[in-house]
Design a protein around this ligand. Sequence first.
Ligand code: SF4
Length: 297
Amino acid sequence: MANQTKRLTTNVDGNFFVDATCINCDTCRQLAPKSFREIGEYSAVVQQPTGDQQRHQAYQALLACPVGSIGTVNPDQALMAAARASFPLHLEDGVFYTGFNSEKSFGANSFFVRQPQGNWLIDSPRYTKQLVEAFERMGGIAYIFLSHEDDVADSQKYAKRFGARRVIHRADADAAPGAEWVIDGEDPVDVISQFRVIPVPGHTAGSMALLYRDRYLFTGDHLWWDPEHRMLDAPQQLVWSKPQLLKSIARLLDLRFEWVLAGHGDRIHLPVAEMHAHLQALLDRRQGSFHTGGVVE
Ligand code: SF4
């Protein structure tokens, strides 16, 4: 729980606050962008939420925060319960953002796909009663897609609870000992109908993306949306191989998708052509930097 004695001075006065335990993971800024912003090395409340929607989003951020750094001076239990019940958060057509981000994955986003051939969990949130019961109600979990070694969090607990098969690339498989489905090489794999695993080495040697219905691309930490500059972005630091990262970005140009659903960074929904143009622009920026001898960002 957030501690008022550690309340950051960068917060505006009022009910909601961020304390000094914040790890600056961005989760609150994605969920409640009107209320939270990055100031220095932390998030802070820059505007107290007003109106039902903003208050709901602020409580969602409080619950999703992986380290409990968001607090309220006077908690509203009814609003808290409503925010808790809103997770997993339905995005579109059986695709959900789970909430309850995990500190073990530095607050990465996780997703859930409900579909007749067996549901998918994409990377792992915290193992919470709320999510376990919600997944139970929706038919359990058949597959757990692990985009890369950093975001496995509580996947083993979920796999055990639901008898799910964890899917991970061999190059990152040490992070998920005993994983039930290990992907080799760099060729895309059609794991079941409408689900294609695409190895995208770069951030890590075993990074993978998951394409669902040629519409939703779950990207882990390979690719995300930067809302401030309105562009797609890719890792600039913590990159295992920069040339491989470029190749893996280029590989996605052959695909058709409208959504990017990222582990770290914002998600985005765009028309196919616009998404393709953003992807090409990202590749052009990175190739330019690479070939002029600059740092591949
Ligand atoms: S969600 Fe929590 S840890 Fe992450 S940036 Fe916000 S306050 Fe900090």
